[in-house]
Design a protein around this ligand. Structure first.
Ligand code: HEM
Length: 226
């Protein structure tokens, strides 16, 4: 049995123990509306603009920890192929002007707190890898569905969907399986595994609050139908 399928493994436990947090985040009305074609490209641009702040922090933290950690399992997990910064910049370069958004990006309050949290735990392998798992495995899962739906509902072109295009990852499913196996080989202590799971729960909380705040913010702007 692959290690990730062992129900006691870290990969299985975090998935089971955060299933309710995941459901609660993915059913935020901003997200269901966006994915259901009831919102606009501008709201997609607002979402990507939050990712700008998050990945500036997360990619940089991963880059640093990758070289500084003494745990080889952690170094192996923090794969530079996942880095999203330049992809997001390319998306926003046209998304913002085309949707009438100012190039001065507005972070939601929850985004600011999420970024602060990533900075706070940047040197803690268990907590930082929890944020890593959450964002990148999420992007390689639901993220791919978001990209397809943005294309279908709002005709967002490929050059504005780089956030969800992992050029160096040919088969996301295989990559995710290998990532989960790597999670199980991080070399964390039992206590560290508990902090990993706790931090993953916090991470879902930040993401859910970002969706809620984005919904209110988007609704306060002049309606747009693109
Ligand atoms: C925005 C709406 C979302 C949708 C539609 C969605 C959808 C999905 C789907 C369908 C999977 C299952 C993939 C599989 O079994 O291989 C998945 C997995 C995952 N999602 Fe989401 N998701 C969303 C939001 C989020 C958020 C906000 C996060 C956290 C930041 C997240 C983190 C994850 C993670 C970490 C996994 C992998 C679970 C694992 O196999 O260990 N998702 N998502």
């Amino acid at each position: 049995m692959p290690r990730s399928e062992d129900s006691h493994s870290l990969a299985s436990r975090v998935r089971q123990l955060t299933a309710e947090d995941h459901r609660s985040a993915e059913t935020a009305s901003f997200i269901t509306g966006l994915m259901g074609g009831e919102r606009s490209v501008r709201d997609y641009a607002l979402l990507v603009s939050q990712y700008h702040f998050i990945y500036e922090a997360l990619d940089a933290a991963a880059e640093t920890l990758r070289t500084e950690t003494i745990l080889p399992g952690v170094t192996a997990l923090l794969d530079p192929k996942l880095d999203r910064r330049s992809a997001i910049q390319r998306d926003l370069a046209t998304l913002l002007p085309e949707t009438g958004l100012s190039c001065a990006l507005v972070p939601m309050k929850a985004t600011v707190e999420y970024v602060e949290r990533i900075h706070q735990v940047a040197n803690d392998p268990a907590r930082l890898t929890a944020h890593h798992y959450l964002r990148y495995l999420g992007d390689l899962s639901g993220g791919l569905a978001i990209a397809r739906l943005m294309q279908r509902h709002y005709q967002v072109p490929d050059h504005q969907l780089n956030m969800y295009t992992f050029e160096s990852i040919e088969k996301p499913k295989l990559y995710k399986d290998a990532y989960r196996d790597q999670l199980n080989r991080l070399g964390l202590t039992v206590e560290q595994e508990e902090t990993f799971i706790e931090e993953a729960g916090f991470g879902f909380g930040y993401n859910k609050r970002i969706f809620e705040e984005l919904g209110d913010y988007a609704d306060s702007l002049t309606p747009m139908t693109v």
